[in-house]
Design a protein around this ligand. Structure first.
Ligand code: SF4
Ligand code: SF4
Length: 484
């Protein structure tokens, strides 16, 4: 769902003048008629912003370098939905590993639940790629080209002129190039960097689908960062929507200390903090700086709201104001409701304990599954419609179809050995049976047993799948013979 956009933007109607009385009647980025109100978030500086900037450099480096990092020859992270092939920390997972993948997803979601219950939307403010790219890359470029919030408003309100056209072309040109880079980075996490390189360098006619996706991803990210922006967090992201089910009075969020701040009133010239207190006034000087810097257009003094991505901009803005008026910092800070109301510190609640037990069990199961996982996945099935053959000298043969999936980053030469019976196993075809890396191969196999060794019409066989003398896996199959 998207809010209809009203052109031209009314630059002075921004939510920076949000009315605290009607904030629950409409979201911060729309007026009461449902028209989009463009956010002109003011530049902010402060302790938290500087920490977030450092954090974003690290995350951006990981994000852009990630597709090129390989462990054991496999990508650090690759989610190839098309070929149903996944690589996590260099471990290749196949459709046959669905159970492991499902457990990994459970670990991820339960981890999120615990984390959100304790720390609210810390993820959104500090590590979410949408917030990092929007606030630390695209927003900064916007400040660099268009100026701070008041200059952006003035530019939006100004009639079209060569100056305005130049500004718009430069900004959206840079946005488009960046969207192309971001889109291709995401695409390389899906198809792998090798494939992306092949698509870029090969004859375009051979990669029409790949090129189409490259263009679509570019346009998608351009739309998100140039126009959609905070609406992606408010309307699309499911995490933001279910956080309200996870937060409780002990959850740490970006919060306004209403006990200290209320009785909000502008600061009178020369008024000392003690005089304000004596007059029944709180520490909030009602300067609206916390609202002016908010990228989602809300007033944090109205309490925890769905739109808040915990970006900490309002903490920095308010701390700067508190420094100027000679009051202690922290009127807006990381705190829980109980922290503000009762001065309690963060608690390990019963709900968090329960989630932690479940999470520990899931992580243990996941590790066991990963470390006991075989490098190959073998299926040995009797060739459809085939019966046994008499091979002479009292020997009986059966023909099978062998399919081996190689989950590793190197080719594997496969040989089979009978484990629970005397007899011979012949992998048919010329030369060694080699299964290419990250791929599968199929061939036919002939097994011959002495008739006297058979248990009757069906004999249970255990067969070892070996590579260079090392047992990789054991498979079971049935060998048919004449009734006794
Ligand atoms: S920045 Fe601080 S003092 Fe100013 S309105 Fe916001 S909470 Fe009040
Ligand atoms: S209310 Fe504060 S923390 Fe929440 S999104 Fe706005 S500026 Fe960021």
């Amino acid at each position: 769902m998207s809010i209809p956009s009203k052109e031209p933007y009314d630059p002075l109607s921004a939510q920076q003048q949000a009315n605290p009385a009607d904030f629950r009647d409409h979201i911060g980025t729309a007026d009461k008629k449902g028209y989009r109100q463009w956010i002109y978030a003011k530049k902010v500086d402060g302790k938290w912003f500087r920490w977030r900037t450092w954090m974003s450099w690290v995350l951006l480096a990981i994000m852009f370098v990630g597709p090129f990092v390989r462990i054991n020859g496999n990508p650090l992270l690759m989610i190839n939905i098309v070929e149903r092939k996944f690589s996590i920390l260099g471990q290749i997972f196949w459709p046959q590993d669905t159970f492991i993948f499902a457990v990994a997803m459970l670990v991820f979601f339960v981890g999120i639940m615990i984390f959100t219950t304790a720390f609210g939307r810390l993820w959104c403010g500090w590590t979410c790629p949408q917030t990092v790219m929007m606030e630390m890359v695209f927003r900064k470029i916007e400040y660099w080209i268009d100026g701070d919030a008041h200059e952006q408003r003035a530019l939006a309100a100004a009639p079209w002129s060569p100056h305005k056209i130049w500004k718009r072309v430069s900004k959206y040109g840079v946005f488009f190039v960046l969207s192309f880079i971001v889109g291709n980075t995401l695409f390389s996490y899906i198809v792998g960097s090798d494939k992306l390189f092949q698509i870029i360098t090969d004859d375009p006619r051979n990669h029409v689908t790949g090129l189409t996706f490259m263009i679509l991803f570019t346009l998608l990210f351009f739309a998100i960062f140039a126009r959609f922006r905070e609406q992606a967090c408010t309307f699309i992201c499911p995490y933001g929507r279910f956080q309200s089910a996870l937060l409780d009075e002990n959850t740490m969020v970006v919060a306004y200390d209403y006990k200290r701040g209320e009785g909000r009133a502008p600061l009178k010239r020369g008024q000392a903090p003690e005089q304000r207190k004596a007059g029944g006034k709180g520490d909030c000087v009602n300067c609206h700086q916390c609202v002016a810097v908010c990228p989602t257009g809300i007033d944090i003094r109205n309490g925890v709201q769905m739109e808040c991505v915990n970006c900490t901009a309002c903490i920095d803005a308010c701390d700067n104001v508190m420094d100027k008026v000679g009051q202690p910092r922290g009127l807006i800070r990381y705190a829980s409701l109980n922290g503000i109301e009762k001065g309690e510190s963060l608690k390990f609640t019963a709900r968090m304990k329960l989630y932690s037990v479940i999470l520990t069990a899931l992580i243990t199961l996941f590790l066991v599954l990963v470390f006991t996982r075989s490098d190959v996945e073998t299926a040995l099935l009797r060739a459809p419609g085939s019966l046994f053959q008499k091979a002479g000298e009292g020997r009986i043969s059966n023909i099978y179809t062998l399919r081996v999936v190689n989950k590793t980053g190197h080719d594997i030469a496969v040989e089979l050995r009978l484990l629970n019976s005397e007899g011979t196993v012949k992998v048919l075809g010329a030369g060694e049976f080699i299964v290419p890396k990250e791929n599968s191969a199929q061939t036919s196999v002939l097994i011959e047993l002495e008739e006297e060794d058979l248990d009757g019409a069906s004999t249970h066989l255990e067969i070892g799948v070996y590579s260079h003398g090392k047992l990789l896996e054991t498979v079971k199959t049935a060998f048919v013979g004449p009734r006794k």
